[in-house]
Design a protein around this ligand. Structure first.
Ligand code: NAD
Length: 381
């Protein structure tokens, strides 16, 4: 109980956030004084299936910040699940706490019990601040956990399908820009050589492309330069801040979110932006701005849905070949978004959102709330 007396959480009377809560099907506040767990689970929409979304752990400054994150991210998951055709709806969880200090196995087991109490309406796994190990603890209380290691029946690291998906997205982008999906002959500026960006840059090099890269960690750049020695293409590293103004055909952001903003957008000299980073646009209007500048934008939640395909596949009994086959769909989904944007003279962000909203409304005509795992076992109609 002591932890709660010390809590600095503030609840503001903010009706805007209340309105946004009401856009969601269900918002659950979880508290377990015995383990110190304080968490929020937001279930945005289960029209397409039970909600799926990762769980963040962060020392939020205020309770509203935590709630805002959960609401915003769970809505984004609804769109991402619709685009990727995985039969899941959108949800997200946040645990309020310091990932460096506040983690215990008991806290994650307690969180697992809350997940279990939702009777299959919400599946979760790792996100910022949480690891597969955390969810091995949670999975002792509930089977509604995804993204765990292969030895626990999961698919393991999802960065491989995510990076494959980015390559398919780049091919679709090249098809629109140059009439051919060939990777070679096009220049790329890759920001971030982490789990996803490194594999993307390596594939581009292997296909014979010229690649400019930046990363805050010089070891990643050195490792890629080593790979380039035996690849067809060439790699050149640039300073972190210079990646935006690099003369290249495609900017491939694979690091942090918010990198397309008022400041960076004016520096871009590329013809397209197509990378894995989540929430690349600081605000949706930056999607309009890119369109006005004639820069083709691959909406992040479409080009990076390979990782989602993998975690969702765990529920069918994980199969790598099936994941890779479904990940290839990014090529066609992105082409469709580009064509819709062109046809309706709107930004690719608006085209993607409209496409997903149409998928959900078409499904609503067939069913309403998704209740498969909540049906009593004796209901055999
Ligand atoms: P990561 O943490 O492994 O790699 C990020 C890399 O970016 C690191 O090497 C870091 O040094 C570098 N970096 C950070 N800030 C930078 C900057 N300003 N300039 C240059 N480099 C910078 O993360 P990841 O798993 O490779 O994910 C990359 C992005 O893709 C993230 O936005 C993530 O949310 C998104 N994403 C990842 C997956 C996945 O399967 N891992 C799935 C969907 C989306």
């Amino acid at each position: 109980m002591e932890r709660f007396k010390e809590s600095t959480i503030q609840i503001n009377n903010d009706f805007e956030i209340m309105d946004r809560m009401l856009e969601h099907e269900q918002v659950i506040f979880c508290s377990d004084p015995s383990t110190g767990l304080r968490a929020i689970i937001a279930i945005h929409d289960t029209t397409l299936g039970p909600a799926l979304g990762g769980c963040r752990m962060k020392l939020y400054e205020t309770f509203d910040d935590a709630l805002d994150d959960a609401l915003r991210l769970s809505k984004a998951m609804t769109y991402k699940c619709a685009a990727s055709n995985v039969d899941f709806g959108g949800g997200k969880a946040v645990i309020i706490g310091d990932p460096m200090k506040d983690k215990t196995p008991e806290l994650f087991r307690s969180f697992g019990q809350f997940i279990e109490s939702l009777g299959g309406r919400f599946y979760t796994g790792t996100d910022m601040g949480t690891t597969m190990d955390d969810f091995i603890h949670a999975s002792r209380e509930t089977s509604n956990i995804v993204g765990i290691p292969e030895e626990y029946g999961g698919g393991g690291d999802s960065s491989y399908p995510t990076s494959m998906g980015v390559i398919y997205g780049i091919k679709a982008t090249n098809k629109i820009l140059f009439g051919t999906e060939d990777i070679r002959g096009v220049t790329y500026a890759v920001q971030g050589l982490g789990k996803v960006g490194f594999k993307v840059a390596e594939s581009l090099l292997n296909e014979g492309a010229d690649v400019y890269v930046s990363d805050l960690d010089s070891n990643n750049i050195l490792a890629l330069q080593e790979k380039a020695k035996t690849a067809l293409g060439s790699v050149k590293s640039v300073e972190s801040n210079d990646i935006y103004s690099q003369e290249a055909d495609i900017f491939v952001p694979c690091a942090a979110g918010g990198v397309i903003n008022d400041e960076t957008i004016q520096q871009l000299k590329v013809k397209a932006v197509a990378g894995s980073a989540n929430n690349q646009l600081q605000a949706d209007e930056h999607g309009d701005k890119l369109a006005e500048l004639g820069i083709l934008y691959a909406p992040d939640y479409i080009i990076n849905f390979g990782g989602l395909i993998q975690v969702a596949d765990e529920l069918y009994g994980f199969n790598k070949n099936r994941v890779l086959r479904k990940t290839k769909e990014i090529y066609h989904t992105l082409l469709k978004v580009y064509q819709l944007a062109e046809l309706n003279q709107i930004s690719t962000v608006k085209a993607a959102n409209q496409m997903c909203e149409q998928i959900i409304s078409d499904r609503q005509k067939r069913n309403s709330f998704y209740t498969r795992s909540m049906k009593p076992k004796w209901d055999i109609r």
